[in-house]
Design a binder for this molecule. Structure first.
Ligand code: AMP
Length: 118
């Protein structure tokens, strides 16, 4: 599948749409989800175009993979949710109900998130 350059996150990365930026580094950007499902709901996205977790994990350079994961860690530190706990989610494709076809990790925290849904 070809990456869709017109997806919302691609537009955010090009500066065509605004976002509430939380953190960034050379390879990844973290911003608040527009429809938060928890008191803390942040999306972390790679700056390069990958449509899904699998595309990213299979094709990103080591440096990119590390920078992305580090940014997730920095979001957790910044929001001080390590001790209370949090959840990382990557919805992928149809069964995963991925709405935006640019890889992203949801960082959710700030309340009891309940048990994982199967
Ligand atoms: P997913 O189902 O994993 O693809 O989730 C996409 C997420 O993107 C949802 O949680 C949306 O609320 C969020 N979202 C959609 N548009 C925006 C936007 N312009 N800024 C921030 N978050 C957005």
């Amino acid at each position: 599948m070809l990456y869709d350059d017109n997806n919302i996150f691609a537009k955010i990365l090009r500066g065509e749409l605004p976002c509430e930026k939380v953190l960034e580094n050379d390879y990844a950007l973290a911003f608040n989800d527009i429809a938060p499902q928890a008191p803390i709901h942040i999306l972390v996205i790679p700056k390069r175009p990958y449509e899904s977790a699998s595309q990213f994990l299979q094709n990103a350079a080591d440096q990119e993979l590390v920078a992305f994961q580090r940014l997730v860690g920095e979001v957790v530190s910044l929001k001080e949710i390590h001790d209370s706990g949090y959840r990382l989610i990557s919805n992928t494709n149809r069964n995963g109900h991925q709405e935006v076809p640019h890889y992203h990790v949801h960082v959710l925290g700030g309340r009891d998130l309940g048990r994982m849904v199967f």
